[in-house]
Design a protein. Structure first.
Length: 211
């Protein structure tokens, strides 16, 4: 079974991710390492390495592998970065970030999802993750500033508190839009003189809700 899933991951990376333009070798390696099948419900594991989102309960989803890879590459992570993730969800994206960054802070507003994700991440050996249940709009100011912030649910506009928690040179990715059919992935970069904004591509995420 282990060999079967390992081969499926290799095919996923080659056919769904690298073939669609993801080039960062560290991102590709992380996507090949993290066992996505462990982060989906058991009855959906047969679909774990297909390129589509899957339900994880509580009205939430695990994003399709390509989107996880594309967003991770767009963050331009370094080994010594401290990352804030808004929306732990299944914990899959958290694990990918933890493979690439020095430390990951992750916030989830649904306690059940957070608890389940942390148990799994701990069982997989991740020790560079700190988590809390709370309002993602507010971020985690006590641990700021961050070199990277990743928002995995869509607010109608950029939460001001999150932008304030970016370090100079830091990058933030956030899907913006009030409808699941009209969201745009936006990358912010903090410079010494302010915030630069860049629109990347269309995405579809669940709304960023408050606890």
């Amino acid at each position: 079974m282990l060999e079967r899933f390992s081969e499926q991951r290799r095919r996923m990376v080659q056919q769904q991710i690298a073939a669609r333009g993801i080039r960062d070798p560290r991102v590709l390696r992380a996507m090949e390492i993290v066992p996505r099948h462990r982060f989906v419900p058991p009855h959906l594991r047969i679909e774990a390495y297909e390129d589509w989102p899957l339900p994880i309960g509580e009205g939430q989803t695990i994003s399709q592998p390509y989107i996880v890879a594309a967003m991770t590459e767009a963050l331009q992570l370094h080994e010594d970065d401290r990352v804030l993730e808004i929306g732990t969800g299944s914990g899959y994206q958290t694990a990918v970030l933890a493979e690439l960054a020095e430390w990951v802070y992750t916030i989830e507003c649904i306690g059940f999802l957070q608890e389940r994700a942390l148990r799994l991440l701990d069982s997989l050996g991740y020790r560079n993750i700190e988590a809390r249940v709370g309002d993602g709009h507010a971020g985690w100011p006590e641990a700021a500033p961050y070199q990277a912030i990743l928002v995995t649910a869509a607010p109608p506009e950029i939460p001001a508190a999150l932008a304030e928690q970016l370090a100079v040179g830091g990058r933030m990715l956030v899907p913006i839009g009030s409808s699941s059919y009209t969201q745009t992935l936006v990358r912010l970069r903090r410079t010494a003189s302010g915030i630069e904004r860049e629109e990347l591509f269309s995405v579809r995420f669940v709304p960023l809700v408050r606890p």
